[in-house]
Design a protein around this ligand. Structure first.
Ligand SMILES: NC(=O)c1ccc[n+]([C@@H]2O[C@H](COP(=O)([O-])OP(=O)(O)OC[C@H]3O[C@@H](n4cnc5c(N)ncnc54)[C@H](OP(=O)(O)O)[C@@H]3O)[C@@H](O)[C@H]2O)c1
Length: 417
């Protein structure tokens, strides 16, 4: 490596016809295995020298070309970067606007766009969301609509779905939100028709949220095969039907809104799906075997979509909410006692809010979430890590906050450290 570095001093810059090139002297004796490494080290060396002594603009252009090569040639993976970052790499201010508001760049000043939080220029991005009239998913869609997207929300109950669509549309002047009721996610043909109508009326489907789910409390021995089947059908089959119905549109969107992680995508992002799952199955939850089984399937499906469709530009991720306050799910399943007790068992000492699920959604759909694929974002205040904490005598978090040391068990600390 040392001799390559000194040889690299011989390389030089050529600027002709508006193009800048690094001229690297050929060393045929290096052989085919060392030659690519030599070229990359030499180039990097020149760019470092340029950066120290010369025009920054030129050097960052060269750095970009050098790094792209490094991705395929290999040696630069091992070379720590010494250059300053491009603004795109640290300026996140426009990110959450560009997630959905491509046209804003040309239409309004950045300052106005950021302070208003919405864009007067018509934007063509469309969110397709199953369960979109529900507590959590309506908040996810509302946040996207506020930022500039249009949306189609899917549900069985016609009145509830249409009313919620009207309400979400108030998040931004001019927003188009279709409430597609009488669509059961268990019926593939109903979802195909809903996706077709959505794309036809709003122009595309760029983002999908698979959030429809059902839940109740029962032990596995009390559970009938039909009850288990019903949850599996809605959560697993419903999510699968959603993927199948929307994938062609998502692939089209991913093709249209390509991202490379190095340059700000002028027209924003597209071709992304989020599955709304849960954390129940991480350490096991009594009375919730049916949902645990179903959500584990949903998590696995998301990874499969990421692996198989990622090369087409799709990202597929899971958001796993913890207990979220003021939701239909909590209202239906929590007793007064558990509602009171639950916050104590959460490291953040409170339940979550629908806003916090919406925040994670915007992140994953935005340019900030480009390289997150096949992942689960748990939004639960750390709750699932403490699902087993109250099994013993050391009450959480009172015991930790008391400063007492453990006593009354054989495995306690014997002396001060
Ligand atoms: N709430 C929580 O604290 C919590 C915690 C962890 C995970 N989650 C997950 O977050 C998501 C939303 O929960 P939420 O509490 O907001 O529930 P929610 O308000 O009950 O929303 C669920 C929505 O799904 C729709 N839906 C149910 N079955 C359907 C079907 N067969 N076809 C079409 N749509 C269907 C319902 O609309 P229709 O009745 O009109 O069909 C409803 O609007 C779920 O995936 C849930 O498992 C929630």
């Amino acid at each position: 490596m040392q001799s390559l570095r000194s040889l690299a001093q011989l390389s030089r810059i050529s600027a002709a016809a508006g193009r800048i090139r690094v001229i690297v002297p050929e060393i045929p004796s290096l052989g085919p295995s060392l030659l690519p490494r030599w070229r990359a080290v030499a180039k990097h060396n020149v760019i470092n020298r340029l950066h120290r002594h010369s025009n920054l603009h030129i050097s960052s252009a060269l750095r970009r070309s050098s790094e792209t090569e490094g991705q395929t040639e290999g040696p630069l993976w091992k070379t720590p970067r010494t250059m300053p970052m491009d603004k795109y790499e640290y300026d996140l201010r426009p990110v959450f606007a560009t997630a959905t508001m491509a046209a804003c760049h040309g239409g309004v000043s950045k300052k106005r766009m950021l302070t208003r939080g919405s864009c007067p220029t018509t934007d063509n991005k469309v969110v397709f969301c199953t369960g979109g009239a529900g507590s959590i998913c309506s908040a996810q869609v509302r946040a996207m609509v506020h930022l500039g997207a249009n949306a189609c929300i899917i549900g069985r109950n016609v009145e509830k779905t249409e009313n919620m669509a009207k309400d979400i549309a108030t998040a931004r002047k001019g927003a188009k939100v279709l409430g597609l009721g009488a669509v059961d996610v268990r019926k593939p043909e109903a979802l195909v028709a809903a996706a077709e109508r959505c794309a036809k009326e709003l122009g595309s489907i760029d983002f999908v949220i698979a959030g429809a789910a059902g839940n109740f409390l029962a032990t596995i021995d009390q559970l009938s095969p039909n009850a288990l089947k019903s949850v599996m059908d809605i959560d697993v089959l419903g999510s699968y039907n959603t993927v199948k119905a929307t994938l062609p549109y998502l692939v089209e969107s991913a093709n249209k809104y390509k991202v490379d992680g190095k340059t700000r995508p002028k027209a924003g992002t597209g071709g992304r799906i989020i599955f709304v799952s849960a954390t129940l199955h991480y350490s096991g939850t009594p009375l919730q075997s049916h949902v645990s089984i179903a959500k584990a399937g949903v998590d696995a499906m998301s990874v499969s979509v990421a692996i198989e469709q990622g090369p087409k530009g799709i990202t597929s991720n899971v958001i796993a909410p913890g207990p979220i306050a003021d939701t239909e799910g909590m209202a239906r399943l929590a007793t007064d006692a558990s509602r009171k007790e639950t916050p104590r068992l959460i490291p953040s000492q409170r339940m979550g809010y629908v806003k916090e699920i919406a925040d994670a959604t915007i992140y994953l759909f935005s340019d900030a979430g480009n390289f997150v694929n096949g992942e689960t974002i748990v939004v639960d205040g750390g709750q699932w890590h403490t699902q087993a904490v109250d099994k013993g005598a050391f009450k959480y978090p009172d015991f930790l906050l008391s400063g007492e040391t453990v006593s009354g068990v054989a495995g306690m600390k014997k002396s001060k450290l």
